[in-house]
Design a protein around this ligand. Structure first.
Ligand SMILES: Cc1ncc(C[n+]2csc(CCOP(=O)(O)OP(=O)(O)O)c2C)c(N)n1
Ligand SMILES: [Mg+2]
Length: 361
């Protein structure tokens, strides 16, 4: 599906083997539901954005849903997630409350970051979800740190750190790869290659031999590339990376080909200038991960068309209700403006009071 140079096209069928062999019909339907929840949630948020009910930026994940749902579906209790600003999909996939996510977009006190983070800064440590980061590739050394902590504590877990195809050119990512290899840390860098960074295509911005993940070779890190429109393939290749992290405490770079339908953010003034409407239509028609998964399940006789319609209708109701909740929710109390910014300040530590974090007198 990608326009980039590629090795021989993959023809493998991942539906019945390995980690996918044990999937029950209910699991497969749950994946459909999770992808629909992300899409309908974002469509609702787009409506509110266009109505002026939301401040700041809104980066939609629509088109990329199989990446978050496929990867996160494999997480165990000691596996963690960190991502960039296009973060709603991963948040809903790890099980963050939809009402709290919608309220966050509208800056309400019941939002998942108490209305102070907005779209780019979702956070839920209780779900092993560490944000939501606006600095391109800023999450990559943080993800490394999470993996370091897991190894240090002797946990059999990993950190899945998601980044875009544009983020791979940042120095901090390369510094992270170096340390990940050197210290053998259980971090999985999942490059969500949606082919564009803002208005710049991958071809115009990234040097490579065959694909972006292959750069991992220079660090002696194992890598692979997956087709992000195929949930089975995403899961199969992610499981390989997770198993390596769990069993051998080693890093991995997994590039997943995908596509976003909307502009970089909803406020992208150049949205129609750097790619054609035909290209977007082609992806919607032939490569949409939800449409393809639904068809797969119908073909497997896991679900009927009618039941899939009913599921979608129920999800639409759920997202509409989340919208109503968020609209009715209270704005944060202005007096709480300095709370939840620094843990040290909230907890009255000496560092919080003196501003000295690392250096004594
Ligand atoms: C260090 C830094 N440089 C520039 C920006 C501005 N910026 C925000 S998103 C973005 C593009 C990133 O593209 P990609 O990594 O492919 O992620 P995608 O938006 O496609 O998910 C840029 C340049 C930023 N936020 N941080
Ligand atoms: Mg991109």
């Amino acid at each position: 599906m990608s326009v980039k140079k590629k090795k021989a096209p993959e023809t493998a069928d991942y539906s019945k083997s390995g980690i996918n062999a044990s999937l029950k019909p209910a699991d497969k339907i749950r994946f459909l539901s999770e992808m629909l929840r992300i899409r309908r949630f974002e469509q609702t948020s787009l409506k509110y954005y266009n109505q002026g009910k939301m401040g700041g930026f809104l980066h939609l994940y629509i088109g990329q849903e199989a990446v978050a749902v496929g990867t996160v579906s494999l997480m165990g209790k000691d596996d963690h997630v960190i991502t960039a600003y296009r973060d709603h999909g991963h948040a809903l996939a790890v099980g963050m409350d939809m009402n709290a996510c919608m309220a966050e977009l509208l800056g309400k006190g019941s939002g998942c970051s108490r209305g102070k983070g907005g779209s780019m800064h979702y956070f839920a440590p209780d779900k092993n979800y560490w944000g939501g980061h606006g600095i391109v590739a800023g999450q990559t050394p943080l993800g490394l740190g999470l993996a370091y902590a897991l190894k240090y504590k002797g946990a059999k877990g990993c950190c899945m750190c998601f980044l875009g195809d544009g983020a791979v050119n940042q120095g901090s990512f390369h510094e992270s790869l170096n340390l990940a290899a050197l210290w053998k840390l259980p971090v999985i860098y999942v490059i969500e290659n949606n082919q564009y960074s803002m208005g710049t295509s991958m071809e115009r911005s990234s040097a490579m031999k065959n694909c972006l993940a292959e750069r991992a070779e220079g660090y002696g890190i194992a890598w692979d590339a997956a087709n992000g429109e195929d949930l089975y393939e995403v899961r199969a290749k992610t499981w390989n990376a997770i198993s390596r992290a769990h069993e051998e405490c080693l890093p991995f770079v997994l590039e997943v080909d995908t596509y976003r339908y909307y502009g970089h953010s909803v406020a992208d003034a150049n949205a129609k200038k750097y790619r054609s409407a035909e290209e977007i239509e082609r992806y919607k028609t032939h490569h949409d991960p939800i449409r393809l998964w639904r068809k797969q399940l119908v073909d497997e006789k896991v679900i009927t068309e009618e039941a899939a319609d009913e599921l979608d209708a129920a999800v639409k109701q759920e997202t509409a209700a989340a919208g109503e909740f968020a609209l009715a929710a209270e704005a944060p109390d202005p007096a709480s403006i300095f709370e939840d910014v620094y843990w040290e300040v909230d907890n009255q530590t000496e560092a919080g009071q003196t501003g000295r974090h690392f250096f004594g007198d």
